[in-house]
Design a protein around this ligand. Structure first.
Ligand code: NAD
Length: 453
């Protein structure tokens, strides 16, 4: 099918590339000229495993095109995906200005009926708002004979695994009451349903709420584990043992029960805020989710709190190595990353940060620029030069195996604070290091005597 995609960020780009890869002809539009020029040369502006290959193949085969010209894309695509940002407004509600601007633009240029597919995460009722906005603009243009069908098709991809998630989705939610739109979407997604049918049809409002419900459920699991981890620390229990103990129950499962330094990223915090706003403004406050949010805000300070406890005289003049800047592994995305809370708190205290991330170094530079108290290091181990302590913010694979003896010889205060519980506390302590994880019992550092069994 001829398809267009507006908004070529994490969602739009991966969606466009996977649609092209199964044979659809896809035209992508973004207002960011630099990004589009880069993409026309086949260079992805984001880090996603598998994306460079998809771009190269589909650009070469002419199934994928990038442009800043909205009109051409509107003429091209019978079905137009909207994947622009929906950032939080000051009151926490989702800002729909980008979605509505694209809607008006489509209505202005369309010459035949069009199906608009809302991929962006939007509050319940947005599909009706988009339909009304399109009708209004069509009326203004004297094009009342044209029809706009609106489909709510929320995206569930995980950054860092986005290509895989779009190629092999668990489910595809299609919210619409329009039969023709339903048939079009079934055709577009048929190549992704060869193994079994993944399409779940429902009304627009339920589809919109499904996206928020999914993120709310996942965020709740994380905050619950973080609260239990903090309690485990007080009680001298080991949250990692507890995690395994409950994860083995199939009703619970192992996903999203890892304790850590709080959730971040472009979705969970923002979507939680937007859902809380929707709920409150409909007279149905979500008390449980308010707590989930509060727990997370506290937890994002946990690494700094642990540092402060270790250094009661303050952190001024300290040099802190940080491993991991992205909000999670396999992405360069630092939106609302816990590493940012930590770095900013350290800078306020007068400490210096020596940081490394396998993918997010340029993003960090873009956000914070050049400053004396931020040293971006070329390798993981370079961060240890003249560092007093090490803090781990992101669970990149490259951090899983380390030489604790080396760490003990480099870190001046022999301290590791691990926001992701990557290591075995006994093994770390055996190298003479202080090791503070999340919800782990504290094993005091000790040195195995030479020759001991
Ligand atoms: P993003 O900020 O990476 O990309 C949005 C893009 O839209 C930008 O490139 C921007 O230049 C472009 N844009 C803005 N106005 C435009 C216009 N008028 N015409 C064309 N392009 C325009 O955002 P993202 O992370 O891809 O998220 C997009 C939406 O998908 C959001 O609603 C988000 O909540 C949702 N979502 C994101 C993820 C994720 O993991 N990032 C997952 C699921 C859903």
């Amino acid at each position: 099918m001829d398809v267009s995609v507006f908004g070529i960020g994490y969602v739009g780009l991966v969606q466009a590339a996977t649609l092209a890869d199964v044979g659809h002809r896809v035209v992508c539009v973004d207002i960011d000229e630099r990004k589009i020029q880069q993409l026309q040369r086949g260079v992805p502006p984001i880090q996603e495993p598998g994306l460079p290959e998809l771009l190269e193949d589909n650009l070469r085969d002419g199934r994928l095109a990038f442009s800043t010209q909205a009109r051409d894309a509107i003429i091209h695509g019978q079905v137009i995906f909207i994947a622009v940002g929906t950032p939080p407004d000051e009151d926490g509600s989702a800002d729909l200005s980008q979605v509505l601007a694209v809607t008006r633009e489509i209505a202005r240029h369309m010459e035949e009926d069009r199906t608009l597919v809302i991929k962006s995460t939007v509050p319940v009722g947005t599909a009706s708002q988009v339909a009304a906005t399109a009708r209004e603009e069509l009326g203004r243009q004297d094009k009342n004979h044209l029809r706009v069908r609106v489909v709510s098709n929320p995206e569930f991809l995980k950054e860092g695994n986005a290509v895989n998630d779009c190629t092999r989705p668990d489910r595809i939610i299609i919210g619409t009451d329009d039969d023709e739109a339903r048939a079009q979407l079934a055709e577009i997604y048929a190549p992704f349903c060869r193994n079994h049918d993944k399409l779940i049809f429902m009304d627009n409002r339920s589809a919109e709420l499904t996206k928020y419900a999914a993120n709310a459920m996942l965020a709740t699991r994380i905050s619950l584990m973080n609260e239990l981890a903090n309690l485990a620390e007080q009680l001298g229990a080991d949250i990692e043992a507890v995690r395994k103990g409950i994860g083995s129950d199939p009703r619970i499962g192992y996903h999203f029960i890892y304790p850590g330094c709080g959730f971040g990223g472009s979705c969970f915090p923002k979507d939680l805020r937007a859902l809380l706003h929707t709920a409150a403004s409909n007279g149905q406050p979500l008390r449980l989710l308010q707590s989930v949010q509060e727990v997370n805000e506290q937890q994002r300070q946990v690494l700094f709190r642990k540092l402060k406890q270790h250094y009661p005289d303050g952190l001024a003049g300290k040099s802190i190595a940080i491993w991991g800047l992205a909000f999670k592994p396999n992405t360069d995305d630092m939106r609302e990353a816990p590493s940012r809370d930590l770095m900013e708190a350290l800078w306020r205290e007068g400490a210096t940060v020596r940081a490394f991330d396998p993918e997010a170094m340029s993003e960090c530079r873009r956000i914070y620029g050049y400053r004396d108290d931020l040293v971006l290091c070329a390798t993981r181990d370079d961060t240890l030069q003249n560092a007093d302590a090490l803090v781990i913010c992101t669970e990149w694979k490259a951090f899983r195996v380390v030489d604790f003896e080396l760490l003990a010889s480099k870190l001046r205060d022999r301290l590791i604070i691990d926001g992701r519980n990557l290591y075995n506390p006994v093994q770390v302590a055996a190298a003479g290091l202080h090791y503070l994880g999340i919800g782990l019992p504290h094993v005091p550092p000790y040195q195995i005597q030479a020759g001991a069994q």
